[in-house]
Ligand binder design. Structure first.
Ligand SMILES: [Zn+2]
Length: 343
């Protein structure tokens, strides 16, 4: 039987989930989930969502909402999206006792391919009755294939920056894994970052104009340290359609939104031509994403030859700024280390 998908954005309403530095789990899970829902629709996959706004779903209502969508069959895949807390790093996928770990492992692998650290795939038993699942979302959707995906730790600065700047990539990773598992054709986003082959006469300036970028952005996306490019070289390019759109909801402030997306109030006002700080509920805000020169922090993975000095130069920052952000006491780096870098 053709599989159906229910997306469940964790928490919501009075239940914020984990909170760190003014960023709330319920907002991140909603953002990831809505993106996922739209993309599954676009791909022609039967999909439903338990909430698409900031409402409270109590533990007895939420599973009922899920079962109401496509019933209680094993042909229903439930993806409950969460952000972890408690001092760790990386993604976790939890699957129900009744299921095998195949989909969970595929999802974790896809998240790793998208650049997030894979922490673990596991099951968790109820202490008072070890034949039952620990999580009510699994217990009370008793025949569905129910998974919890934790994208990273909200209280880990590196994870938070990664989730904020790469959440679409992480959502795509889950979508891709689910499509492969369920036998649906997955088509990557075509308005995402594309590539361009350098032709005779091209300069970084002419290419940047063509794709609506600045030279600095183009260099940043491609980790270029000089202005030299050669014919036939493949460059990553992106365009303005990469801006995210966020729907303003009750209680939102520019400050809260800027925190959620790792940007600044000034950037938000500039991008949206806002003259005051007043937001109206239901209006859409453009949110800058990485690659457009607006985000104030990114995560850089150390490659062979990198030094603190070369990284600082690449991102137009200082060695001491990188060291203090990452609590580094020496200048030694190891390949594969991930550093938070201010821009
Ligand atoms: Zn949660």
């Amino acid at each position: 039987m053709a599989k159906k998908i229910v997306i469940d954005p964790g928490h919501g309403g009075v239940d914020s989930g984990a909170v760190s530095n003014n960023v709330k789990e319920k907002d991140l899970t909603l953002m990831i989930s809505k993106y996922m829902y739209d993309r599954f629709k676009e791909l022609g996959v039967p999909v439903s969502i338990t909430r698409d706004s900031d409402i409270t779903l109590s533990p007895d209502v939420r599973p009922r909402e899920i079962l109401n969508k496509y019933g209680n069959g094993s042909d229903v895949i439930v993806i409950s999206n969460h952000i972890n807390a408690g001092g760790g790093e990386g993604a976790e996928v939890i699957y129900a006792l009744r299921n095998n770990g195949m989909l969970a492992n595929m999802i974790l692998k896809a998240l790793e391919d998208a650049g997030q650290k894979g922490r673990k795939v596991y099951q968790k038993r109820l202490p008072s009755n070890s034949s039952k699942d620990y999580y009510y979302i699994m217990r009370n959707t008793p025949n569905n294939e129910t998974l919890i995906v934790e994208y990273g730790f909200i209280d880990n600065a590196k994870d938070l920056v990664k989730i904020q700047s790469n959440y679409k990539d992480y959502a795509e990773a889950v979508i891709k894994a689910v499509c492969e598992y369920a036998g649906y054709k997955y088509v990557p986003l075509n308005n995402n970052i594309g590539t361009y082959v350098v032709k005779k006469g091209d300069t970084l300036y002419s290419i940047s104009k063509k794709f609506n970028l600045s030279v600095d952005e183009l260099k940043m996306i491609n980790n270029l340290t000089s202005n030299n490019i050669s014919i036939g070289e493949v460059l990553k390019v992106s365009n303005d359609s990469n801006n995210n759109v966020y729907m303003v909801k009750k209680g939102d402030t520019l400050y809260g939104i800027s925190k959620m997306f790792n940007t600044s109030i000034d950037e938000l006002k500039k991008l949206n031509n806002l003259e005051s700080d007043i937001l109206s509920i239901g209006s859409s805000l453009l949110i800058p994403i990485m690659g457009e020169g607006n985000i104030d922090k990114v995560v850089h993975k150390v490659v062979k030859g990198d030094t603190l000095w070369s990284i600082a130069r690449k991102y137009s920052t200082t060695v001491s700024a990188i060291k203090s952000l990452n609590n580094l006491t020496s200048n030694l780096l190891s390949i594969g280390d991930e550093l938070i870098v201010p821009r």
